[in-house]
Design a protein around this ligand. Structure first.
Ligand code: ZN
Length: 126
């Protein structure tokens, strides 16, 4: 019953968490986008050590940026499931996802069993 899922206190609690995280990630990504725009006016570079540090930071930022974008899209999808009343149900098998798993990973669309299948590489070992 979708009504039960939507009024479930756990769903409401986790939806609140997801919204907070969503706002956080949006702010972070916006800031990152702003920093890129500021590239028009680069700060003065003092020596090679600074250049190296700057480059390392850029790589780390890019990875963090990709990770944040990824997380944000999963959160958006999870919040959509909250709206649909399907939050907390596995997208693959339709079973209820374990509460402890949801608390640890509020944006997860899969139950533990299905996640294990997804994490397995496409070609099974023989
Ligand atoms: Zn499942």
């Amino acid at each position: 019953m979708t009504l039960i899922a939507a009024s479930n206190p756990l769903t409401r609690e986790l939806a609140e968490k997801l919204r907070l995280r969503q706002a956080e990630l949006r702010a972070m990504l916006q800031e990152a986008a702003g920093a890129n725009i500021a590239g028009d006016n680069p700060p003065e570079v003092l020596d090679f050590k600074d250049v190296a540090a700057e480059e390392t930071r850029a790589v780390v930022d890019e990875a963090a940026y990709a990770h944040a974008t990824d997380e944000l899209s999963r959160i958006v999808l999870a919040l959509r499931r909250v709206e649909d009343g399907t939050y907390g149900l596995c997208e693959d098998c339709g079973e209820a996802i374990d509460e402890r798993r949801l608390r640890a990973l509020p944006a997860t669309p899969f139950c533990t069993a299905c996640q294990t299948i997804h994490e397995r590489p496409g070609t099974p070992r023989r």
